[in-house]
Design a protein around this ligand. Structure first.
Ligand code: SF4
Ligand code: SF4
Length: 227
């Protein structure tokens, strides 16, 4: 398995590294953090973190090479999965002021599974790998659908669930938000818009929203060959 960061705060990479003791019993891990990354060889699974700057040709080419050289590509964390906070980037920052447009990696390459979270829990990568290796693909469908959605935020949750009248006021979205951008008012979530970092976590945590995702993107699950 290759772990590669294309441009973020690297918090998601650290989440994967924290899971290493558990992961290494099921997969051989290659990463710059371990000093053994090699983009020229093939991998069964590549886990990419960070969003892609489409003004950075070298980074885009590296990402395309990773896609060509892996069987299954996982976008891990909100920036890689749905753009996250980097969607707000407008450029002009030193040392690369020309870097102004950051997108989820699915804007450049086909992604098989996308896991939102800022960062996701370290256990998430272990669970995902076990699901792929053992062929337990049921719970992977949501992550396959997120890869097609490309963007998810508290605004989508409000539009699709709360304002459409199917919210049951369970509060799961509120508990999952890393920035306290959601609060329950009269048993319905309300969004503090300036706090939303567009991480998509609330959307996949909401049972109704994740069902909408599955209906909207009825994707085929891609199992790991020989898994
Ligand atoms: Fe993420 Fe919170 Fe915004 Fe939902 S409301 S996308 S959990 S920051
Ligand atoms: Fe409503 Fe979904 Fe949030 Fe529960 S998780 S309060 S159903 S929007």
């Amino acid at each position: 398995m290759l772990l590669y960061d294309v441009g973020g705060c690297e918090g998601c990479s650290i989440a994967v590294i924290r899971a290493l003791p558990a992961i290494e019993s099921i997969a051989e891990v290659y990463s710059k953090y371990l000093g053994n990354a090699d983009l020229e060889r093939r991998y069964d699974i590549a886990v990419v973190t960070g969003s892609i700057c489409i003004n950075d040709r070298e980074a885009v080419e590296r990402l395309r090479r990773i896609r060509e050289n892996c069987e299954i590509l996982i976008a891990f964390g909100s920036c890689a999965a749905v753009g996250g906070i980097t969607r707000f980037c407008r450029g002009g920052q030193e040392p690369r002021p020309e870097h102004r447009t950051y997108q989820p990696i699915s804007a450049v390459v086909d992604v098989d599974y996308a896991v939102p979270g800022c960062p996701p829990a370290p256990q998430a990568i272990q669970t995902l790998l076990m699901g792929l290796i053992r062929g337990i693909t049921t719970f992977l469908r949501v992550f396959a659908a997120v890869a097609k959605a490309k963007k998810l935020s508290g605004f989508d949750l409000l539009d699709d669930v709360v304002l459409s009248g199917i919210c049951v006021g369970c509060g799961a979205c509120v508990l999952s938000c890393p920035t306290n951008a959601l609060r329950l008012i009269e048993r319905k979530p309300d969004l503090v818009v300036e706090k939303c970092i567009r991480c998509g976590t609330c959307y996949v945590r909401c049972p109704h929203a994740s069902r909408i995702l599955l209906m909207r993107y009825p994707v085929q699950i891609k199992p790991l060959k020989g898994g």
